[in-house]
Ligand binder design. Structure first.
Ligand SMILES: [Zn+2]
Length: 139
C-alpha cells in the first residue's frame, strides 16, 4: 500500500521499507524492480528516481550487499559455534558459510538497492525541488 509522498517518512520507516525490498519513499512492493535483477530508473508507484542525481548510487548498493552478505556469514558462524561449542563441526560450517558467501550477493541484490535507497534518503533528505519533481531527481 502506498501513501502520500508530501511528508517524508521517518528514518526507521525508511529502513524498514528498504530491508523488506519496498520503495523506501512510498512503501510500494513493486518499486523499481521488474524482476529479481532487472530494474527501471523510477518507482512504478510514486515515480521516485532511486539515483536522485547520484551516478554512483550502485557503489552504495554494492556496499550494502557486502555488509548484508558478510553479516549473514558472521551471524551464522556465531550462532553455530555458540550452539556446538566446544565440538565445532568445522567442515559443515565451512560449506554453509561458503554457500552463503556465493549465494548471498544474488539473494540480497534487490534488498541492497532498496536499503541503500533508504540510507541515501536519510543521509540526503529530499530537497524542495526534488519534492516538486524538478530535474532528474524527482520524487
Ligand atoms: Zn515509490
Amino acid at each position: 500500500m502506498t501513501e502520500a509522498t508530501d511528508q517524508p517518512p521517518s528514518a526507521l520507516r525508511l529502513l524498514g521499507r528498504g530491508i523488506t525490498r519496498r520503495c523506501a519513499w512510498c512503501g510500494d512492493r513493486r518499486n523499481y524492480f521488474l524482476g529479481w535483477f532487472k530494474r527501471q530508473e523510477t518507482c512504478r508507484a510514486c515515480g521516485h528516481g532511486y539515483r536522485r542525481g547520484d551516478h554512483a548510487f550502485e557503489l552504495g548498493a554494492i556496499t550494502a550487499n557486502i555488509i548484508l552478505t558478510f553479516g549473514s556469514i558472521l551471524v551464522t558462524l556465531g550462532v553455530w559455534i555458540a550452539l556446538t561449542a566446544p565440538d565445532v563441526p568445522l567442515i559443515p560450517i565451512m560449506v554453509v558459510t561458503a554457500a552463503i558467501g556465493l549465494a548471498g550477493p544474488a539473494l540480497f541484490y534487490p534488498i541492497s538497492f532498496t536499503l541503500w535507497q533508504a540510507i541515501d534518503l536519510i543521509m540526503r533528505p529530499p530537497t524542495a525541488s526534488e519534492l516538486a519533481g524538478e530535474g532528474d531527481a524527482t520524487l
